[in-house]
Design a protein around this ligand. Structure first.
Ligand code: COA
Length: 164
């Protein structure tokens, strides 16, 4: 599955866009930027829950599309796209540095991720949303699917959007 997407994604490898002073771009597993991303994800998503990423979880990320926002060379936010099948990708690990939250970074990350998804010819995006972020995703047309559940000790709902 990873190979399928990697082949089709060659165009988007150079994809980058500028939104005022902020850059959003695809980053690469094992790079210095990936280290920054992991630090951000641990700070924003895991430390508040008292847990950390395991090496097993991270080892699978070399097949995913890693996306990060930067301001003056420093990471301000990130997300990932995980190919699930030929029709669907999962948006995951959406996190914005605490002092950057509420300033449009998350919105820009979602826009960038959705453009990337369309570029590779996929139209269905789903995610496991923390309940505290459901309102954020609803703003961009994502809809709850089914009942809630607990993951990493946190209430979640599956959400989905068909891109047009
Ligand atoms: C949720 C998160 C990614 C949103 O990113 P952000 O950069 O703060 O969001 P933006 O500034 O781009 O906000 C875009 C819109 O969503 C709204 N919004 C942001 N966070 C929201 C939330 N948690 N609930 C409801 N609405 C929210 C904003 O008010 C804004 O609305 P507007 O366009 O009407 O003004 C970020 O706050 C974050 O990292 N939170 C902690 C980690 C987390 O919960 N991640 C998601 C895991 S599923």
């Amino acid at each position: 599955m990873g190979t399928f997407f990697a082949k089709k994604y060659t165009i988007a490898h150079s994809s980058i866009f500028k939104n005022n002073a902020m850059f959003i771009k695809q980053i690469y597993f094992g790079s210095n930027e990936y280290d920054q991303m992991l630090h951000l994800r641990n700070e924003v998503l895991r430390k508040p829950l008292g847990i950390q990423f395991t090496p097993e979880e991270l080892s699978k990320e070399n097949e995913d599309f890693l996306i990060a926002a930067f301001e003056d060379g420093k990471i301000t936010g990130c997300c990932m796209l995980i190919p699930r099948n030929k029709e669907t990708v999962q948006l995951s690990q959406m996190a914005v540095q605490q002092n950057w939250q509420g300033k449009g970074v998350g919105k820009s990350l979602i826009n960038f991720a959705e453009n990337l998804v369309k570029n590779i010819g996929v139209h269905s995006v789903e995610m496991e949303a923390r309940d505290s972020a459901i309102g954020f995703y609803e703003k961009f047309g994502y809809a709850i699917q089914g009942d809630g559940y607990i993951k990493v000790n946190t209430p979640h709902h599956l959400m989905k959007k068909i891109l047009v």
